[in-house]
Design a protein around this ligand. Structure first.
Ligand code: 13P
Length: 287
């Protein structure tokens, strides 16, 4: 059964580790992440962007697929199904469809509007025990065609949003989605420390997990980050393994064109990436 992200993230914050949010795109992605979490006895959050939701034929299809897998794969670790960077209407649709967690990304609205919309969603989600992630300070890079400016959040605004009763809070601290440019300045730990000081027990979320060096990840966790989002890295690993399979001509050998064979190396590559991240984040054995 899907669970809200609240308990797993509160435990992570108290235990000084982070739970990974891995974005899903299709059946192979979902199965690879769930099996890895189960093998490593790690809690996990499946992230679904609005674009990925549309690609997978809508939120109800996603809920059906994930719930079916939890049962048929006999998954016992805590799993949250979470809308990533949702709009207000997208969050309502996911709550209705059976997601256990939603993110409302109001970071591009003026703070008053972000506060008003976040407050309303907390009320609606709260009635169903669904966790809510809010965002302050747009996270840079491009995700699903939405380009953010890579702001650094204002800690006072973070406190204001945190005090509304959100479950977890994403704050821009110089992180960006996708690959980091060679001249990237790194995470702003001074701002992260200030946000943590003002928001106390609130689990903080680090987006753009792809390509952040291990030492920065560890430092971010020590400063209150309890959820780390990873998307691009699984995509790169999947594409790389699939390319190698085809370049080696394996799809032309025997029944190598069978999708169950063709997609197997990419599936294994996602598993390996998720395992590496769970080990780095410290969530192994925490389920
Ligand atoms: P990356 O694609 O950079 O890993 O970012 C993922 C993310 O933050 C999803 O919200």
């Amino acid at each position: 059964m899907l669970v809200s992200a609240k308990e797993m993230l509160n435990k992570a914050k108290a235990g000084k580790y982070a739970v990974g949010q891995f974005n899903i795109n299709n059946l192979e992605w979902t199965k690879a992440i769930l099996l890895t979490a189960e093998e490593l006895k790690s809690p996990v959050i499946l992230g679904v962007s609005e674009g990925a939701g549309k690609y997978m034929c809508g939120y109800k299809t996603v809920v059906g697929m994930v719930n079916g897998m939890l049962e048929s794969l006999k998954i016992t670790v805590p799993v949250a199904l979470h809308l990533d960077h949702g709009s207000y209407d997208g969050a309502l649709a996911c709550i209705e469809a059976g997601f256990s967690s939603v993110m409302f990304d109001g970071s591009h609205y003026p703070i008053e509007e972000n506060v008003a919309k976040t407050t309303e969603l907390i009320r609606i989600a709260g009635e169903k025990g669904i966790s809510v992630e809010a965002e302050v300070g747009a996270i840079g890079g491009e995700e699903d065609g939405v380009i953010g400016g890579g702001e650094v959040a204002d800690p006072e605004e973070c406190k204001r949003i945190a005090d509304l009763g959100v479950t977890m809070l994403a704050a821009g601290i110089g992180n960006i989605h996708g690959k980091y440019p060679a001249n990237w300045a790194g995470l702003n730990f001074d701002v992260l420390a200030k946000i943590q000081e003002l928001t106390g027990e609130m689990p903080l979320v680090l987006h753009g997990g792809t390509g952040i060096p291990a030492d920065m990840i560890k430092r971010a966790i020590s400063l209150g980050v309890s959820k780390i989002n990873v998307n691009t890295e699984c995509q790169l690993a999947f594409a790389d393994a699939t390319r190698k399979y085809i370049e080696a001509g394996k799809d032309l050998e025997g029944k190598g064109f069978d999708p169950r064979k063709l997609l197997a190396p990419g599936f294994e590559a996602i598993k390996a990436t998720v395992k590496e991240k769970m080990e780095l984040f410290g969530s192994v054995g925490k389920a």
